[in-house]
Write a protein that binds this ligand. Structure first.
Ligand code: NI
Length: 189
């Protein structure tokens, strides 16, 4: 088991639709275990593989509050929806941003478990909201996409701060790369 780094906005991989899982092997099991461990190290209730840079359709959720009830969904597909839920959402990939989002209150989902066995489950309340939020990630969507332009304006500052942070760390990676490259003049001497 390992804790995985969580990508933050505006990382492009968060905008890339994830590929369906076709091989149910030990590596998939390890990925699921790592996602659960990573989720449990946060205050979040859901996490998906693309948030860790693995562009595969895998998500995990745990709404127990004590880490006792992790659930994994591989290739989840929402079969039906009903009702309306308006819940304040946040996202591990969008630190500092929270907003009320319109979702379905109940969903029926079909997915596979880590062994490839298909199952269907009815979810409601926060379970339903969390599954919809994480399923959006698998399609390269963030919860802020579901807000009106006007409501998104409220997060302009927080989003701009994340963009600045990303470009700062890209610059410092470049700087580190330059330092790591041996000076050719030294090599000649
Ligand atoms: Ni999220």
């Amino acid at each position: 088991m390992a804790r995985l780094p969580i990508l933050e906005y505006p990382d492009e991989r968060l905008r890339t639709p994830a590929a369906p899982v076709t091989v149910f092997d030990a590596a998939l099991g390890s990925l699921i275990d790592d996602l659960v461990e990573t989720l449990h190290a946060t205050t979040g209730i859901g996490l998906c593989a693309p948030q860790t840079g693995e562009l595969r359709r895998v998500l995990v959720m745990d709404l127990s509050g004590d880490g006792s009830a992790p659930q994994a969904y591989v290739n989840p597909e929402i079969l039906s929806r009903s009702g309306l839920a308006i819940v304040e959402e946040s996202c591990l990939s969008l630190p500092g941003v929270a907003a009320k989002v319109f979702r379905s209150a109940r969903v029926r989902v079909r997915a596979s478990d880590r062994t490839g066995r298909s199952f269907e489950r009815d979810l409601e309340g926060m379970h339903a909201v969390c599954l919809q939020h994480e399923s959006d990630h698998l399609d390269g969507k963030l919860f802020t996409d579901r807000l009106s332009a006007l409501r998104r304006l409220r997060f302009r500052t927080a989003l701009a701060a994340l963009e600045r942070k990303a470009s700062r760390s890209a610059r410092s990676r470049e700087a580190a790369g330059v330092r790591a490259t041996p000076d050719p003049r030294q090599a000649v001497r």
